[in-house]
Design a protein around this ligand. Structure first.
Ligand SMILES: [Zn+2]
Length: 172
């Protein structure tokens, strides 16, 4: 926790509840399909129901408002595996994540490539991108090697590795 005298140049200082932040702009994405191949066996599976999730995205720097992406997606049932699965939306976000890939990538880059301490990266994301990410969350992302889909981004993955080896996250 920051000490009482610690300088934090943050216009949102005093805001301790995320509900007090400016209301986000909403944008909508669809990953809603009638049929999808089962990820386990490939069997074409009908939609069982629809659901949605909300992802925090990079905000609108012109209006200063955060942006949330609401993803409507289909859930399918494979009669062969007797399992439910969601339509693939890994291009937008990791499963279970509350943030878009863009946010994760930007945050990790601030720490690994720009060498910002976690708290500064958190503040920078809010100031420049209007997305509120607790610094501990950024730390988790960096320690997890950033984007988990690193296999499709080998260059980024290797830069991450190098950055961690060099300890650049300690700052310059
Ligand atoms: Zn299946």
């Amino acid at each position: 926790m920051p000490g009482p005298g610690e300088y934090r140049p943050d216009p949102t200082e005093g805001i301790t509840r995320i509900e007090d932040l400016p209301k986000p702009n909403l944008s909508f994405r669809s990953r809603n399909y009638r049929r999808r191949p089962c990820p386990h066996c490939g069997s074409s599976s009908y939609r069982d129901r629809r659901a949605h999730r909300t992802l925090h995205d990079l905000g609108d720097t012109l209006t200063g408002r955060p942006r949330d992406v609401v993803v409507l997606y289909s859930q399918h049932y494979c009669t062969r595996c007797r399992k439910y699965f969601n339509a693939d939306m890994s291009d937008l976000a990791e499963p279970g994540s509350h943030y878009t890939r863009r946010v994760v990538n930007t945050a990790v880059r601030l720490v690994v490539e720009d060498g910002l301490p976690y708290r500064t990266a958190s503040w920078s994301l809010w100031r420049d991108q209007r997305v509120f990410v607790p610094y501990a969350t950024i730390q988790n992302w960096v320690e997890a090697g950033g984007e988990k889909g690193g296999a499709s981004h080998p260059h980024r993955a290797s830069r991450l590795g190098a950055g961690r080896l060099l300890g650049r996250h300690r700052g310059r």
